[in-house]
Unconditional design. Structure first.
Length: 370
C-alpha cells in the first residue's frame, strides 16, 4: 500500500510505491485502487517537495522530536500520540530547564520550532494532533515575562552591521600578499557590495563575474526571491575597501594557478594552497571542487571582526546588514537599496535595518526649534 503520509510532511519524505488492486469484486476493487492512487506521490514529486526544505530545518526538527520523545520517556508520558497536557508540560519544561550548551532556558523561537516539530510529527504519523492552546498560553506567559524583564531573549537577534568603518578595521591586519588574504578581502568586500547572503556568495562561480568599465558585473541567484540579479560592483574611493581592486587581485591570483572557471571562493590550506578534496574515514566530505561552504564564509567574517577587536555579534549576515545600514545613512533610496541587495518588495527585514538609521536622521525632533 501507499506509504506516503495522508497529509504530506516535507520534513520527512518517504518513497511512494505503486497501488495494488485490493481484494473484492472487480468494480469495488477498481474503486479502491483509484482512491489509493489519489493519495500517492511519485518518487520525483517526493524528491521535489523534499528539496524545498533546507537540510538545517530537517535536522532541527529531527533533534526536537528526539528531545521531546526522551522527555516523555523520562516522565512516564506518551510522545505519540501526545495529549494537550503533555505538550503544555513540555513547553513549560523548556521555559525553565537550562540547555547544556548555553546554560539558559530555550528561547521563544526555539520553543516555537519544537512545538511545530511535535505537531508535524503527529501529522506525518497520521496521529491526531494535540490541542496546542495550553502550550501556546504557557509560551505567551514566558514571552511576556522576558519582555517585561527586558531580557536579551525577548529581543530580535540581529547580526552587528559591518559598515565601511568596521570593514576597514577587519581588513587592516589581513595579509593581502597571500592567497588566503586576497580571498578573505574579496569575500568580505564583495559580500558587502552585493549585500549577498553567504550562501549566495559562496555559490558564485568565476564565470559569474564579468569585468566592465565601471568595475564588475556579478550575476547572483537570490534564493529568497527566487530570481537572478546582475549587480554592478563599482570602484571604491578607499583602495583598502575597494571591492573592484580586491576582486581583481584575487581573480588574477587564481588565474595564475590555472583557475579560470569553477567556484569563485575556494578553501585555502594553512600553507596557502588551494585545498585538495577533503575526506573523513576515506569518504569525501565537503564540495569536491574546493568550494567554500557558507559556514566557513561566515566564520571568516566573525574571525576578522574578533581579530580586529570589534565588539558585537558577527556573522556572514553582518555584511548584508552593513550594506543596508550604510546605504541608507548615505541617503540612498530604499527601492535602490532593495534592488542592489535582492530584497523582496516591502521586506520587513530591510525596513527594520533602515529604521535604525531613520530614527536619527529623520527624527521628528529635527528642525522643530529645540
Amino acid at each position: 500500500m501507499d506509504t506516503t503520509p495522508a497529509l504530506f510532511d516535507p520534513t520527512d519524505c518517504g518513497d511512494a510505491v505503486a497501488a495494488e488492486l485490493l481484494p473484492g469484486d472487480a468494480e469495488t476493487g477498481t474503486d479502491l485502487a483509484a482512491a489509493d492512487r489519489d493519495r500517492q506521490l511519485s518518487a520525483g514529486t517526493v524528491a521535489a517537495i523534499a528539496s524545498s526544505v533546507p537540510d538545517s530545518t530537517r535536522r532541527a526538527y529531527a533533534g526536537d522530536r528526539r528531545a521531546f520523545a526522551a522527555w516523555c520517556a523520562e516522565n512516564g508520558r506518551t510522545a505519540l500520540p501526545a495529549t494537550a497536557e503533555t505538550v503544555a508540560e513540555y513547553v513549560r519544561h523548556l521555559t525553565v530547564a537550562p540547555r547544556p550548551r548555553t546554560g539558559r532556558p530555550s528561547s521563544p523561537s526555539s520553543i516555537e520550532r519544537a512545538m511545530s516539530a511535535v505537531t508535524t510529527w503527529h501529522r506525518q504519523e497520521r496521529q491526531p494532533r494535540p490541542e496546542m492552546d495550553g502550550a501556546r498560553a504557557v509560551l505567551n506567559t514566558y514571552k511576556n515575562a522576558l519582555a517585561e524583564a527586558d531580557h536579551v531573549a525577548a529581543r530580535t537577534q540581529q547580526a552587528t552591521a559591518a559598515t565601511p568603518r568596521e570593514l576597514r578595521a577587519m581588513l587592516h591586519r589581513v595579509d593581502r600578499a597571500t592567497l588566503a588574504g586576497k580571498r578573505n578581502a574579496a569575500l568580505v568586500l564583495l559580500g558587502f557590495a552585493t549585500a549577498a547572503r553567504v550562501s549566495e556568495l559562496v555559490s558564485l562561480n568565476i564565470t559569474a563575474v564579468t569585468e566592465t568599465e565601471h568595475g564588475y558585473d556579478v550575476r547572483l541567484y537570490r534564493k529568497k526571491v527566487r530570481r537572478w540579479t546582475t549587480t554592478a560592483i563599482l570602484y571604491g574611493t578607499d583602495p583598502a575597501t575597494c571591492p573592484v581592486r580586491a576582486l581583481r587581485a584575487y581573480l588574477d591570483t587564481l588565474a595564475a594557478t590555472g583557475r579560470t572557471s569553477g567556484p569563485l571562493f575556494l578553501r585555502v590550506d594553512r600553507h596557502g594552497r588551494i585545498a585538495a578534496p577533503m575526506t573523513r574515514r576515506g569518504r569525501p566530505i565537503g564540495d569536491p571542487s574546493g568550494r567554500l561552504t557558507a559556514e566557513a564564509a561566515a566564520d571568516i567574517v566573525e574571525l576578522l571582526a574578533v581579530t580586529a577587536g570589534l565588539s558585537g555579534t558577527w556573522s556572514g549576515h553582518s555584511l548584508r546588514r552593513g550594506f543596508a545600514t550604510a546605504a541608507r545613512a548615505a541617503g540612498h533610496d530604499p527601492l535602490e537599496i532593495a534592488r542592489q541587495g535582492g530584497w523582496a518588495d516591502g521586506s520587513r527585514t530591510l525596513a527594520r535595518y533602515m529604521a535604525e538609521v531613520d530614527r536619527i536622521t529623520n527624527s521628528p525632533l529635527v528642525g522643530i526649534g529645540l
